[in-house]
Design a protein around this ligand. Structure first.
Ligand code: TXA
Ligand code: MG
Length: 337
């Protein structure tokens, strides 16, 4: 359906009726259901094939909803909300009893976000309840950044998708938890960077699981979603952490195979000798394009995709985090000779 007011009203009616609706957000498309309806939320898990121990984010349209569904809210939450909401920041807080435990996979905390996308906030307002909405992809596959991606994955499993064009952020929100007064932990890097968070909070810790290159990280997994192979296309992804010349040398052995392709930066493309796609130059461009390019590789029947690694800074940290998971932690770093 379109993003017209009358279609948003229909979307809200479907959600009130316990049905699933693909909902645009500024990050990625979400698969929305009424978060207070346990049966509707159960249908999200089924449609995605999502493991039941992976909790969901609830999406709100105003601060009153935050107070209605969470408790013991530290002051710093309001400071962060002032600066980053509506927007791609998700905060994990103690939940109230009105959040069904299926939403939080049994945890006593719930992840909350106020999306910047106006259609999303309008739909939430019309429903009058928070909406549980994980990314609207089949579990494990790259997240959807267009309504067509949602249809590709969810056709026949959901009632409608609201088409609001291409997501302008392109990867998921930054997820944080609180470790006491003025101290936060980044559980999943996203568009809001550690540097931006530091302008509001003194102590910002990045969880090891969020940045490690290794699948098995010692210690407890604080954000269940971070432990799965994730964001992976059917193509085998190899992330190559090299400058352009070393990258070319490394892929030379493989890159002439018909079903092999490289995913490089726009400015690498001049005279690039092998089959390639590009995903922008700046970290923001890479964030916006990465999932669409992984999906495009599958559409083209690519079997092996060698990806030039982004810089692990700013928004690039989030792009890197998605790509190491897409690759199943297959990261190549050659010895510099
Ligand atoms: O940008 C986004 O956040 C998108 C759009 C649709 O809003 N949503 C999204 O949802 O990415 P999902 O379900 O794909 O990812 C939610 C992440 C998972 O890594 C999950 O484990 C974590 O948030 N999470 C949810 N509730 C949590 C909790 N109570 N404690 C710790 N981590 C939690
Ligand atoms: Mg997801």
């Amino acid at each position: 359906m379109t993003n017209s007011d009358s279609d948003l009203e229909i979307a809200a009616l479907l959600l009130k009726d316990g049905q699933l609706v693909g909902m645009p957000t500024e990050t990625v498309y979400g698969l929305a259901a009424d978060a207070t309806n346990a049966e509707a939320v159960e249908r999200i898990f089924e449609a995605k094939g999502r493991p039941s121990d992976n909790p969901m984010i609830i999406h709100i349209s105003d601060i009153d909803m935050l107070k209605e569904y969470t408790e013991d809210i530290p002051n710093v939450v309001y400071k962060l909300a002032e600066k980053f909401w509506p927007g791609p920041l998700t905060m994990v807080l103690p939940k109230r009893g009105n959040v069904p435990s299926i939403v939080t996979a049994g945890l006593d905390t719930v992840a909350v976000r106020m999306p910047a996308n106006e259609c999303a906030r309008k739909i939430i307002e019309l429903v009058g309840k928070p909406l549980a909405a994980p990314s609207a992809n089949i579990s494990g596959y790259p997240s959807p950044t267009t309504a067509q991606h949602v249809i590709d994955d969810m056709n026949g499993k959901i009632s409608a998708v609201v088409d609001d064009g291409v997501c302008n952020v392109g990867l998921e929100s930054t997820v944080i938890s609180f470790e006491g007064y003025d101290s936060i932990r980044i559980l999943r890097p996203g568009y809001i960077t550690p540097e931006q968070l530091k302008t509001v909070v003194d102590d910002v810790v990045i969880d090891k699981n969020a940045i490690s290159d290794e699948a098995v990280v010692t210690g407890e997994v604080r954000s269940p979603g971070m432990k799965y192979k994730h964001y992976s296309p059917k193509a085998k992804v190899v992330l190559v952490r090299e400058g352009l010349e070393m990258f070319k040398k490394y892929v030379a052995e493989y890159a002439n195979d018909a079903d092999t392709c490289c995913l490089i930066f726009d400015y690498d493309a001049a005279d690039f000798p092998y089959k390639y796609m590009t995903y922008g130059n700046t970290p923001e461009e890479q964030a916006q394009q990465i999932f669409a390019k992984l999906r495009e590789a599958d559409k083209k029947g690519i079997k092996n995709l060698f990806v030039r690694a982004p810089r692990k800074e700013g928004v690039g940290l989030a792009v890197y985090n998605r790509l190491i998971r897409a690759s199943g932690y297959e990261v190549v770093e050659c010895e510099q000779s």
